[in-house]
Write a protein that binds this ligand. Structure first.
Ligand SMILES: Nc1ncnc2c1ncn2[C@@H]1O[C@H](COP(=O)(O)OP(=O)(O)OP(=O)(O)O)[C@@H](O)[C@H]1O
Ligand SMILES: [Mg+2]
Length: 293
């Protein structure tokens, strides 16, 4: 999709020259301007990332990333291993705070409110964002107690409230029918795919503003993966989802918007359809078609 403001038409040669220089510039540590498509401008952001940088002790992992994550949509973060996808995701709910030596620059806003403001209650912030990791991590307790855990630590103990929330979350995570007769059994007895759907139930039980998913299907077989993908699609009707994935087909199947990252920088960001079918940069095309990365 061309920017209608562009005055002179860009020849394919000039474009190739311009495009190839972006990855080279990143590799050389030079400043770059990401290709952010105009389609983003029509969206209402729930999460605004502004000139965000992050250092692990001395090594910089995120370089000056600015991107707005649209409310009520699924946004995928893609890019080669080590490009900073998980780091960026963990920055959103401040999980990186737990790592010694992490330093940040720039800002992030959730619903217009600063995530890193010193006055922010981090526990409260994390309650507004459910997170699901690569490997299912059910707690060694019953299915029921796993799901209602976030409510319990929030002080809720009324049995009827917990039971209702548990059923709602398990239905929302498309696993209710499979577990409704064994809620007091250990969650560790579930299959990997069931455990991951249980973890999604736990992540949505407190009705978060944003659901953060870090490669949620990479430990699952194709059938379980398909179920989770369907689930992400359903969930997206009620929540904003930010998902990291290595799998290009998955990104194109489940997301509305896709951000391509490389070496800690945002390279191109737009509607998933455009990123996969008509990317502006040759590198994006090479990456999404599996020619590099
Ligand atoms: N806890 C940490 N301490 C120091 N460096 C880290 C830490 N976590 C990640 N890094 C470094 O930050 C960079 C980005 O890593 P990150 O895990 O965010 O990448 P990623 O895109 O999620 O990769 P993958 O696709 O392999 O999961 C890498 O160079 C990595 O080595
Ligand atoms: Mg990662």
């Amino acid at each position: 999709m061309m920017n209608s403001m562009t005055a002179t038409p860009v020849t394919p040669e000039a474009r190739a020259e311009q495009d190839s220089s972006i990855i080279q510039r990143i590799q050389q540590g030079l400043e770059t301007t990401p290709e952010v498509h105009a389609s983003l401008a029509g969206e209402t952001p729930i999460l605004e990332i502004e000139q965000f940088s992050l250092w692990y002790t001395k090594a910089q992992a995120i370089f000056d990333i600015s991107m707005a994550v649209p409310r009520g949509k699924v946004t995928a973060l893609i890019g080669p291993s080590g490009c900073g996808k998980s780091t960026l995701l963990r920055s959103v709910n401040r999980l990186n705070d737990l790592i010694d030596g992490v330093r940040i620059g720039g800002r992030m806003l959730l619903n217009g409110e600063s995530i890193y403001d010193p006055s922010v209650d981090v526990i409260d912030l994390r309650k507004r964002m459910g997170m699901v990791f690569q490997r299912p991590n059910p707690f060694p307790m019953s299915i029921f107690e796993n799901v209602v855990y976030p409510l319990r630590i929030d002080g809720e103990s009324r049995r009827s409230v917990l039971a209702e929330a548990c059923e709602r979350a398990l239905r929302g995570a498309a696993i209710w029918e499979e577990v409704k007769d064994r809620l007091s059994d250990s969650a560790l007895g579930l299959s990997g795919g069931q455990q991951q759907r249980l973890c999604i139930a736990r992540a949505i039980v407190a009705e978060p503003d944003v659901l953060l998913l870090d490669e949620p299907c990479s430990a699952l077989d194709p059938i379980a993966t398909l179920r989770i993908e369907e689930l992400i699609h359903e969930i997206s009707e009620r929540y904003t989802v930010l998902i990291v994935t290595h799998n290009m087909q998955q990104a194109s199947r489940v997301s509305d918007f896709t951000a391509f990252m490389y070496l800690g920088r945002l390279v191109e960001y737009g509607m998933t359809r455009d990123i996969f079918q008509t990317p502006r940069l040759q590198e994006t095309e090479d990456y999404v078609t599996g020619r590099f990365g």
